[in-house]
Design a protein around this ligand. Sequence first.
Ligand code: B12
Length: 250
Amino acid sequence: MSTIVRPYGDTTGDGMVQLSFTLPIPHSKVAEGAAAQLANKMGMDPALVVHAKPMGPDFTFFVVYGRVHHLVDVSKVEVVERDYPLLTPKEVNAAVKRSLRRRLVVVGACIGTDAHTVGIDAILNIKGFAGEKGLEYYREVKVVNLGAQVSVPQLVERARAEKADAVLVSQVVTQRDAHLLNTREMSAAFRESYPSDRRPLLIVGGPRFDESAAAELGVDRVFGRGTTPGEVASYLVAQLAPTPSTRKAS
Ligand code: B12
């Protein structure tokens, strides 16, 4: 099977894609022409403006449908694959008990001004996400969920007080790269206040992170859209409580 693919709209391989964006101009024929010009410059030809909606008096939202001529080579795509086994809650509990002989402590928060707690709650709260229970359900995991708008100093202080094995931070708002700046500030603060061999595992998650950016952000792992609690619990075990059967694949 070929590893070269093109997008598909009406017939296989026709290259049709849909793009949406907002321009800072009032809605008019000229605004629609400007949207088509932008799409042309991005390589869409033909580019059809299929939707234009005024967003207040000064902005217009567009959807443009058109053909691109680019090819994608699937064999050259690089992604972060899960490199540890996926465990059941029972297996996680058994591994923690056997390896640590105490509960694994997790401190979680949304840092900065971010008040989007649904994501971190999906991972931590007992009710969980996508049919999986959150980490609070795991008997051998102690969860301290600090909620929203936690400052970095508060997070470090609580992590120390709880003797956290792992710190889980959520960042949903990406305006002005807040998620990247806050994450770098957080990882730098942990590095500063812990000796390198004592620092808790640092995990950041949110829908708009690049999962391959962990090193650049100074964290151990980045989790993106659609992460489930079981994936996080399994990662924690692979890193912090490995047993022969749960060790991270090399
Ligand atoms: C609900 C919501 C709110 C609620 C939040 C309530 C709450 N308690 O969380 C309220 C109404 C408060 C809100 C406010 C705002 N919001 Co809002 N909000 C949303 C909305 C609709 C859904 C977010 C959500 O709950 N997703 C569901 C969860 C389950 O998904 P998730 O967060 O991606 O989490 C998953 C993964 O990412 C991952 N994950 C996330 N965190 C972590 C952490 C770890 C450690 C791990 C392992 C995994 C992980 O696991 C989760 C499960 O898979 C989104 C739009 C959208 N459809 O996404 C906008 C959105 C996020 N909001 C947005 C904005 C702009 C705002 C406001 C600034 C609006 C305003 N002008 O006031 C304010 C900001 C408030 C603040 N100080 O943060 C923008 C952000 C744009 C940007 N570029 O950053 C969005 C994208 C809407 C939009 N298209 O404009 N919002």
